[in-house]
Design a protein around this ligand. Sequence first.
Ligand code: NDP
Length: 465
Amino acid sequence: METPAEPRAHSADPNLDYVYATLDGLQRSSPAQAEFYQAAEDVLASLGPELESDTHYAKHAIIERLVEPERQVFFRVAWMDDKGQVHVNKGYRVQFNSALGPYKGGLRFHPNVTASVIKFLGFEQIFKNALTGLPIGGGKGGANFNPKGRSDAEIMRFCQAFMAELHRHIGATVDVPAGDIGVGAREIGYLFGYYRRLTGRYEGALTGKGLAWGGSLGRVEATGYGCVYFAENMLNARHESLEGNTCLVSGAGNVAIHTIEKLYQLGAIPVTCSDSTGTIHDHRGVDLDLLRTIKERDRLPLSRYLETHPEAEYTPLSDYPTDGHAVWRYPARAAFPCATQNELTSGDAEALLANGVTCISEGANMPSTRAAVEVFLDAGIAYGPAKAANAGGVATSQLEMQQNAGLTQWPIDKVDARLREIMTDIFNRCSATAAEFGEPNNLSMGANIAGFRRVANAMIEQGLY
Ligand code: NDP
């Protein structure tokens, strides 16, 4: 980290001078890392009140230490396609902070993966994991590999090439990766198989494993289910519920599918889903079985939905509004962004409010732009930030670690009950912390400060390292 710059002229709150000096230094030392900078600013800019009430964080240079990963591994992944052609991708594992436990966070395989994307995800993960109350540190990894259109054999060879380097850096008590975009049960299987072969150890070095070989019941569903449980907590606190209400969901992957499933279980009506090619609106409710067939089994574009339901509305990416996304332009009570980062703009946020949405629960990581978040906070609606609302996935991964350590497998009822309890605890932690500063509805600030406190205090108590 470079020497902090002079405070920014626009820093209105003097307590934020320390934060903005660090952010300025970050921009100089990590240029062209826009996503990482956005995530760091989002967290750090809300810490002003906490830094004011407790000045020892500055003495321990906690902010400067938090934005600098403990370790970053960047590596070459060379693999062969089915025609014998060799390809080279960039692999990453960023081990951000281990003050609370082994590094924990997913692996993302997507062509837009860069060091900035992995660092933003790893940074968010520190606070998310802290919020769960469980003993897990923060990390993230992945590769700029596009799995789309690749055969199973090609996916296997890529995963093996990726693990050929990654295995040196992970382990059940060191760093425990899981899935994320482009890394599901199939990829975790190939990665775990090769880890075992290379190390000779059968241990919980990855989560999201198959149920017959160390996986936890309920892990696949956990992020989506948890995101809906979080919305339920927010609404219950306002004496409202999801039952009978129309909901918008973006995405068509793991998180979106299980969000839709849980919404149906709670009596809500999810009417949208989307993928990287377009959006479906089905006013009678999304046909979940069909969605699974198209996206999970056949891995096809969402437009195929119309072949079975021609009465549904399909908007291709090319017809999206210029200031946002088609999926957020329908009347509803609650919205669940479950696709990817920055998929909900301020234009989308204004449209959601105008269409009657009073609850947002973020399943994806950083799906709302900073301007969109400001729209939600200004409107005073129930806004569940990603690091709180989607923490159910990593929390259940930690439950998988507990089961692996105890050489056991818990029944689904136990895992789901624990997940529900953890999501309620996270909600209570966020709202109680926000209330301390006189803003009980600002769960974004509550999440950032509650997560920060737990990590920062652990770092101070463990001495300088
Ligand atoms: P998947 O790969 O299973 O699904 C991602 C979905 O998002 C796909 O439907 C994909 O479309 C769509 N998508 C990707 N990029 C875009 C884009 N630019 N525009 C529109 N749609 C897009 O990933 P997950 O469901 O696992 O992850 C979704 C989000 O949730 C990510 O932000 C992830 O970090 C976050 N998350 C996931 C957790 C988990 O347990 N899996 C845990 C916590 C957070 P297509 O099918 O066309 O590729």
